[in-house]
Design a protein around this ligand. Structure first.
Ligand SMILES: C[S@@+](CC[C@H](N)C(=O)[O-])C[C@H]1O[C@@H](n2cnc3c(N)ncnc32)[C@H](O)[C@@H]1O
Length: 218
């Protein structure tokens, strides 16, 4: 098994955590922390979905509540976001959420082939400068990782509001022989499908109109 040694350029800490968030990180996170590999009880679930960079976790928590028979694994190194997802898990008594609180690539490299049934990378950091392009999560090295892990016929869902990242993601996906773009109707990409809960960054839409892209692992 290989291990990613690539540098992580994002933030791990933000504002000082309030005492309740500290409690959530100390009490709830250890109970739902995802190991570097499949969680021991993964086989109890019908499917496994993975979200990279869940931010504050609103999309992941909503999906988990709607699909209690699906194991939702979320990766997020930003501790303030991890604490917020722990709060949703506690408030809603979610039993199907596991958190990998580190760089997603470390988990991706440790998972077995064809174990994932859906992957979400929503409003990834845009890294808009050309010289930072290799920091964007959606790029050929991570698409190779996801292609290994996704079962045939499963969905990779991507979204962005940033003009540079939108163009980049489409360009990166179009050269993949192992993913096909599910684009049924003209302009469908401007509308979030009904089974796709909004995220905080979608609501902020700081950089422009969001697009919602679905690709299928061939
Ligand atoms: C712009 S925020 C979007 C958050 C959320 N998806 C949303 O739409 O509100 C991007 C998130 O991706 C996370 N991230 C960046 N690189 C990551 C990586 N290699 N593994 C896991 N998370 C990552 C960041 O910490 C950040 O929280």
């Amino acid at each position: 098994m290989t291990e990613s040694r690539e540098k992580f350029y994002g933030r791990r800490k933000g504002k000082k955590l309030r005492s309740n968030r500290v409690r959530l990180v100390e009490d709830v996170l250890p109970q739902i922390r995802c190991p570097r590999g499949l969680p021991e009880d993964a086989s109890r679930f019908k499917q496994i979905w993975l979200e990279v960079g869940f931010g504050s976790g609103e999309h992941l928590a909503t999906q988990a509540a709607a699909h209690p028979d699906i194991l939702m694994i979320g990766c997020e190194p930003f501790i303030n976001g991890v604490a917020k997802l722990c709060q949703y898990v506690e408030e809603q008594s979610l039993k199907n959420v596991r958190i990998f609180d580190d760089d997603a690539r470390l988990l991706l490299d440790a998972l077995p082939d064809a174990c994932l049934d859906r992957v979400f990378v929503l409003f990834a950091d845009p890294w808009p400068k050309n010289r930072h392009a290799e920091r964007r999560f959606i790029g050929q090295p991570n698409l190779d990782r996801l292609a290994r892990l996704m079962k045939p016929g499963t969905e990779l869902r991507l979204a962005s509001d940033h003009p540079v990242l939108k163009r980049w993601m489409i360009g990166q996906m179009r050269i993949r022989p192992d993913f096909s773009w599910r684009l049924d109707k003209c302009h469908e990409w401007l509308h979030r499908p009904a089974d796709w809960p909004p995220t905080r960054y979608e609501q902020k839409a700081l950089h422009g109109r969001p697009i919602f892209l679905t690709f299928v692992r061939k």
